[in-house]
Design a protein around this ligand. Structure first.
Ligand SMILES: Nc1nc2c(c(=O)[nH]1)N[C@H]1C(S)=C(S)[C@@H](COP(=O)(O)OP(=O)(O)OC[C@H]3O[C@@H](n4cnc5c(=O)[nH]c(N)nc54)[C@H](O)[C@@H]3O)O[C@H]1N2
Ligand SMILES: Nc1nc2c(c(=O)[nH]1)N[C@H]1C(S)=C(S)[C@@H](COP(=O)(O)OP(=O)(O)OC[C@H]3O[C@@H](n4cnc5c(=O)[nH]c(N)nc54)[C@H](O)[C@@H]3O)O[C@H]1N2
Ligand SMILES: [Mo]
Length: 761
């Protein structure tokens, strides 16, 4: 299964490499912000727009899900937040003329970077069966095309409704309501590829699949462990919180194969000292762990704590279940295995252990470095075991902190975007709307791809996102998508999913967060939930990119009317005209949203209840916080092979490529790079600057190839390589997923390096 990079890309991929940086932000970040925002929007619009980001009467940054602090700066954003805003507020436009000039066969040869750079889509577009060009289509006709295909299906389960995590609470609530009234729980979302492992592990052990800390807890923590996360790039505002925690006396440990600049040192761009001075050293200890070694590390810490009797006996006795079994497993930990799994030394682990015993309260933060492994759920359960030992859940300054990605991915799940909805949620929907929702579980991302591949799903509808580029096993996913009868994308910007289509395809362009949303009852706002369960309003203020755009709630409302006609008890039309009416329904269906309309209008919004955090109430099967005692796992790599993690550069937002630089890692002007330990490169006879193919090997004997990667000698543990996603998604086998959560194991792909095929030499 060979795969070439899309050709015809006018952008040269010619990476230049210098040494990695040891500090994040500072003046270069400000300069970069001004440059990127100015290029897309012009200086005046850039300044006016960026002044509205994350202000109490402004819009929620469409970047990450990190919460806003109470004391906001005038420019409450970061370099990468500004890039996300600039992408959306760009003055460039993709019009029907653009589609006339660029048939799909042409667009399919372009890189994702090129597609994204073309600007905002202005009109609904339709690709007819057998046609090679999208053509403008009136909205009403677009909805009737979808309605015809949906009603022609043999079963509602032949349709798949995907959501990406930028969708507002209001749009998400309507979208799941539509899917369930239509009759299916096929509601996969980006979370399936992201923090699903966190949700699975936390629901089982603590009873709530979300983080248990608020910003104040980070500020009060004695020890913050940041494992498998690169906040300098992906959650830059978290660096301000870490800086504040540090000033309050916290110690910070980073557990990461790479010494990411952001966790090393931070130059706060909101402060003069951060712009000109050396900034704040953040991490007190860096543990360069092997990919997938985290479960072994946290188990070893558990053993040390138990052996020293440095555990919170009262908490364990009163609030937990399963300690004896866990204790036995922890005591049986094998040091040789721990060191092999982690690649760390005993001294490294002892150093962390001493910091743990010296800390009254501990927070563990994590992201994709923990969630995208075969044993990701077991790893996160181990993080919970570790925290439970010290009673570090449900008291100030302590807890679990899965750092969420998309700005409303957590809210979408709260609103019911879930292929495995809990029964009480469905009961509440039934009681509120008077129809019986389907009870059978639906398809997640990986299962949806299989269903499309096998022909058992026929219509694919995406509320945002870029499904074919974000999903694993690109060739398989693209072939699956091409088998669909109809693919529909509700989008703001062009991406590869618009070019790899079913027999017929639609692009439905919508308003973004930054834009004013006027409906017949007046100006509307939407709401989002951040990574710490805070719900607040987001008011767009820019004029819409085109007069033809609909809002996402309007798209769902009109789709529902086209599909159900008069045969629905849900007042779909009302929801489009006045979003307060949607929020009234959310208030009655979703726990924690009582009096939603009033509370969300208060500046700063409100916090959702969280039993473990608020009162040490654990709504689990046992009614207690559960210790678990799974065997320690870690990836085994055959001789001569490497383990590849697929990660983000500093210049991208998932599949949206902002530019070709990864400043902190010293890479400029290209993305087809593979970071290798110099000894691993030498063992393959590869000098820095040489080119190699990456070939992934899967247990069923199949192979997948990504061609022509520049070798970069880089400080990463032996045997652990790194390269950017989405280019390397072609290497991730569809069946390579985490146990229980089914999340693609994108951080542990077994590869070998091979001489480039002749085409690339
Ligand atoms: N600017 C920007 N912001 C973003 C995004 C973006 O693409 N761009 N994406 C958003 C989304 S959806 C998400 S989910 C988040 C993602 O945020 P991150 O999870 O920070 O994203 P990744 O680039 O995947 O980085 C994974 C980090 O984990 C480390 N790592 C990999 N494997 C392991 C392991 O086995 N153990 C340990 N301890 N560490 C490991 C890697 O070296 C890397 O530092 O960011 C969100 N914010
Ligand atoms: N190999 C590998 N694969 C991964 C990952 C990895 O680390 N490694 N990470 C995974 C993770 S964590 C995630 S979350 C997924 C991301 O998967 P997705 O969420 O599906 O992908 P994005 O790239 O965030 O989607 C970008 C597109 O969203 C659309 N968009 C932007 N704003 C809006 C809006 O306001 N409304 C609408 N309707 N559309 C909008 C634009 O058209 C844009 O092209 O990828 C996953 N895939
Ligand atoms: Mo994500």
């Amino acid at each position: 299964m060979a795969k070439k990079a899309p050709a015809g890309d006018p952008v040269q991929d010619a990476p230049q490499v210098t040494a990695p940086k040891h500090a994040a932000a500072g003046l270069p970040a400000v300069a970069q912000t001004v440059k990127v925002a100015g290029a897309q929007m012009g200086a005046r619009r850039a300044t006016l727009t960026l002044l509205k980001v994350n202000q109490k009467n402004g819009f929620d940054c469409p970047g990450c899900a990190w919460p806003e602090g109470d004391h906001r700066h005038t420019f409450e954003f970061c370099e990468n937040g500004a890039k996300a805003v600039a992408e959306e507020a760009t003055l460039r436009r993709v019009t029907p003329d653009f589609f006339a000039a660029h048939p799909v066969s042409d667009l399919a040869r372009r890189s994702g970077y090129w597609l994204g750079q073309q600007g905002r889509i202005t009109q609904p577009m339709y690709l007819a069966d057998g046609a090679d060009s999208y053509e403008e289509v009136p909205w009403e006709r677009a909805f009737s095309i979808i309605a015809d295909e949906l009603t022609a299906l043999d079963s509602p389960d032949e349709a798949v409704f995907y959501t990406s995590g930028r969708t507002s609470n209001e749009a998400a609530f309507l979208f799941q309501l539509f899917a369930r009234e239509f009759g299916t729980n096929n509601l996969p979302d980006c979370s399936n590829m992201c923090h699903e492992s966190s949700g699975s592990a936390l629901t089982e052990t603590l009873g709530v699949g979300k983080g248990s800390v608020l910003l104040e807890d980070l500020y009060r923590a004695d020890l913050i462990i940041v494992a498998g996360q690169n906040p300098g790039t992906n959650h830059p505002r978290m660096l301000s919180a870490l800086e504040k925690a540090k000033r309050g006396g916290a110690r910070i440990v980073s557990v990461n194969p790479l010494a990411e600049a952001g966790t090393e040192r931070f130059r706060n761009p909101q402060k003069a000292s951060g712009l000109v001075g050396g900034g704040t050293a953040l991490s007190d200890l860096h543990l360069p762990i092997r990919l997938g070694g985290d479960q072994a590390l946290f188990r070893a810490l558990g053993r040390l704590l138990i052996e020293a009797d440095a555990v919170d006996h009262d908490f364990i006795a009163e609030h937990t279940h399963g300690f004896a079994e866990y204790e036995a497993a922890a005591r049986a930990t094998d040091w040789d295995e721990t060191l092999a799994a982690t690649g760390l030394t005993r001294e490294d682990i002892d150093a962390l252990y001493r910091m743990v015993t010296g800390a009254e309260s501990v927070v563990v933060c994590w992201a994709m470095g923990l969630t995208q492994h075969k044993h990701a759920v077991a790893t996160i359960r181990e993080v919970v075991n570790f925290l439970l030992l010290g009673g570090n859940v449900g008291r100030p300054g302590a807890g679990v902190c899965p750092v969420r990605g998309h700005s409303n991915v957590q809210g979408d799940r709260t609103m019911g975007i879930f292929e495995r909805p809990p029964a009480p949620f469905l009961d509440a929907l039934r009681d509120e709307f008077g129809f019986e929702p389907p009870r059978e579980h639906g398809l997640d991302v990986v299962r949806a791809i299989r269903a499309l591949r096998d022909g058992s799903a026929k219509v694919f509808f995406a509320m945002g996102g870029n499904f074919v580029s974000a999903s694993p096993d690109t060739d398989v996913t693209e072939a699956a998508m091409r088998r669909a009868r109809l693919t529909v994308h509700v989008s703001t910007k062009l991406n590869r999913s618009h070019t790899v289509t079913g027999a017929r395809a639609l692009i439905l362009p919508v308003l973004g967060r930054t834009e004013r949303d006027r409906q017949s009852s007046g100006e509307q706002f939407v709401t989002v939930e951040d990574s710490m369960g805070m719900v607040h309003a987001s008011h767009g203020s820019l004029p819409p990119a085109s007069s033809h755009l609909l809002s996402e709630p309007a798209v769902v409302s009109r789709l529902a009317r086209a599909v159900f006609g008069d045969g629905s008890r849900v007042p779909w039309a009302d929801f489009e005209h006045d979003y307060d009416l949607i929020r009234d329904r959310i208030a009655r269906v979703v726990p924690g949203f009582t009096d939603f309309n009033a509370r969300v209008r208060r500046p700063g919004g409100f916090a959702l209840p969280h039993g473990p955090r608020d009162s040490r109430t654990f709504p689990t099967a046992t009614g207690k916080a559960n210790f678990t005692a799974a065997p320690v796992e870690y990836p085994r790599v055959p001789e001569g092979r490497l383990l590849l993690q697929t990660l983000r550069s500093h210049d991208q937002y998932n599949t949206t490529i902002y530019g070709l630089d990864d400043r902190y890692r010293g890479i400029r002007g290209g993305r087809r790079v593979v970071l290798l330990h110099p000894d691993d490169a030498a063992a393959h006879g590869l000098a820095d600057g040489a080119y190699t193919d990456l070939v992934s090997e899967w247990t069923d004997g199949t192979e997948r190839r990504a061609e022509g990667f520049r070798v970069v000698h880089y400080p990463t543990p032996r045997g652990c390589a790194a390269a950017y996603y989405p280019e390397t998604n072609v290497l991730v086998p569809l069946d390579h997923t985490a146990d229980t959560s089914n999340t693609p194991a994108s951080k542990s792909v077994v590869i070998r390096l091979e001489q480039p095929t002749p085409a690339h030499v």
